[in-house]
Ligand binder design. Structure first.
Ligand code: ATP
Length: 565
């Protein structure tokens, strides 16, 4: 099939020559229309609508067309032959003569007049509007003959001067045909490539989104997701993070109940930075407690006390080849320390996965994909005794995969912990209880007050000295987690700016009452206590077994078994 080309001739006499050249080739199906500047552009736009492949035109007209259409435009060059022809014509004319035009005409003209020692001035214009004033000026200076493009020649004749149009010869037109063919082939190749890429994308069905650094979405494709699963705010949060080219970043965002993993690459294309994001739902096996998160900022960890500072320095110098075991009472900050380590370990581009020990032994290794670099294992106390060996094996298997493995447990834990405690390839770090590092208490308290002031808009911003003393005297069996919860309750109740001793006493008293209530719950055999706890959690979770199992750190099957027995 021939390439459909429209030749927009800026002057009528060009038509015959184009017709002649047309016969000398058989690749292009050339149509011809006459039209100068805007008129030519209108003709070209219509041709684009009709499905023409390429436009050929000359000088200013070609330039305007190029701005108006989205198909290739070829400019007919003014050749040396064209110049020689017009200069030969003008040579016998005795009056003052000048060549006026854009640089595409005047550059060659100057070279020829210099070489052949022809006395003729050459004037270059940059804008079409400069033509008329220049021609009028030249008239005043006594010029009689002006050579140039259609616009120049029209301006000359309107001002009573002679004008000679620099016409394109056969060789220039044939050359433009050749260029039209090559430019069309190139464009065809490129468009084939992009069609292919689009088709491959359709086949691969990625859920993806591309947006520029300033936030405008330039491409999105949804296959598994029915529509964009991120809110404008989430997109903005993604945009505001720091990215470096050629590095892959993993982030996690929440879409209702669903967790979405986002893999981000920054690409610089034609000086613009694009963020290419692939999205994946990570609602894994419903029963698994695996949760993933990105730690993009260093977690705030208070470590005034020597005991806590030692813990951190031990952790940061832990040999990289072995799993880490954080031993500490509940709420001492084991999970927070794991996040801190993940971040400090330079892994802020990848994800941290948390999983209960019971689920770890059932985990398929594919669920730990390349975006995860740290695995935090908790709830060792819920691991059934006979699974101890498999658990330790699973822990080392993760380590062999090159992951950072951090397990956490309380000092009172049984068999598995005992075995891990003596394992020679495990780095053990003992987290101090809050009652053993009271130096941190004041700072923790003010930090939590500031946190809730910011998060919940609570008004208390200072705590009285004697109120702090009250806190110092309490033994904190629930450690930092308990302190955090107490401060939250206190600032929610307090309408003034200061937390007084009275408020703290009131809350500590009610904590003691709850404990007495708990003692009631704890009466009976182990099975009876377990049953009471399961009932309470089930009620709190509206009898949703999946959520209850997750909270209890057991599988749904185990929960079901326990309810039946
Ligand atoms: N040193 C600390 N500085 C600031 N916040 C802390 C610190 N330690 C703990 N916290 C906060 O206290 C809460 C409890 O900490 P975390 O969940 O890390 O404890 P944990 O030992 O993992 O608890 P559990 O054993 O019950 O799972 C969290 O909200 C955590 O951010």
């Amino acid at each position: 099939m021939k390439i459909k080309a429209l030749f927009v001739a800026p002057y009528a006499t060009m038509k015959n020559l184009i017709e002649e050249c047309k016969q000398e080739q058989d690749v292009l199906d050339v149509h011809i229309q006459i039209g100068n500047l805007q008129e030519g552009a209108a003709v070209a736009k219509e041709a684009e609508r009709q499905g023409f492949d390429v436009i050929i035109s000359r000088g200013g007209t070609a330039k305007i067309i190029e701005e108006e259409v989205n198909i290739p435009v070829v400019d007919v060059h003014v050749s040396g032959y064209d110049m020689l022809r017009v200069l030969t014509l003008a040579n016998d004319f005795n009056g003052k003569k000048a060549i006026v035009g854009f640089s595409n005409i005047t550059m060659g003209a100057q070279a020829i007049t210099d070489l052949l020692d022809i006395s003729m001035e050459v004037f270059t214009i940059e804008e079409e509007q400069e033509t008329v004033p220049l021609v009028q000026q030249l008239k005043k200076e006594g010029y009689e003959l002006i050579m140039g493009d259609v616009v120049t020649v029209n301006a000359a004749s309107n001002n009573g001067l002679n004008g000679i149009l620099i016409q394109s010869g056969k060789e220039a037109i044939l050359d433009s045909f050749q260029r039209a063919v090559s430019v069309y082939k190139l464009v065809e190749k490129k468009s084939l490539e992009s069609t292919l890429q689009r088709e491959i994308l359709k086949l691969a069905q990625p859920d993806m989104l591309v947006f520029t650094e300033n936030g405008s979405v330039v491409y999105e494709n949804w296959a598994v997701f029915s529509k964009r699963p991120l809110s404008d705010q989430q997109l903005e949060d993604l945009r505001l993070q720091q990215y470096t080219q050629n590095k892959t970043y993993h982030r996690v965002m929440q879409n209702g109940e669903e967790q979405i993993k986002i893999t981000i690459n920054m690409r610089n294309i034609m000086e613009i930075n694009y963020l290419v994001c692939f999205l994946e739902s990570v609602t894994l096996n419903e029963r698994s407690s695996l949760e993933i998160e990105a730690i993009t900022q260093r977690p705030f960890l208070i470590n005034q006390s020597q005991a806590m500072a030692e813990c951190i320095s031990l952790l940061l110098s832990a040999p990289s080849g072995s799993p880490i075991l954080l031993i500490g009472e509940e709420g001492t900050g084991k999970r927070l320390l794991a996040k801190y380590f993940h971040y400090e370990n330079g892994e802020n581009r990848s994800l941290l996965a948390s999983i209960s020990a019971a689920d770890l032994i059932e985990l398929r290794i594919e669920d730990i994909n390349e975006s995860i670099s740290t695995v935090y294992v908790h709830s060792l106390h819920l691991l059934e005794g006979q699974h101890g060996d498999i658990f330790i094996q699973a822990l080392f298997q993760l380590k062999e995969q090159g992951l950072t493995v951090i397990a956490s447990c309380s000092p009172s834990e049984q068999e598995t912990l005992r075995r891990l405690s003596y394992h020679e390839n495990v780095t053990r770090i003992r987290m101090p209880a809050l009652r053993d590092r009271k130096e941190d208490l004041q700072e923790l308290t003010t930090y939590f007050m500031a946190l809730y002031h910011q998060q919940l808009g609570t008004s208390a911003v200072r705590i009285k000295e004697d109120a702090i003393e009250e806190l110092q005297h309490y033994p904190w069996p629930g450690n930092v987690a308990e302190l955090k919860a107490l401060i939250k309750d206190a600032v929610l109740l307090e309408k003034g700016y200061i937390l007084e001793k009275k408020r703290i006493q009131q809350l500590l008293n009610s904590t003691n009452q709850i404990k007495q209530g708990m003692n009631q719950v704890l009466k009976g055999t182990l099975n009876e206590i377990e049953e009471k706890i399961i009932r309470v959690v089930l009620e709190e979770e509206d009898f949703n077994q999946t959520r209850a199992a997750k909270r209890l750190g057991i599988t749904r099957a185990t929960l079901w078994r326990k309810l039946k027995s």
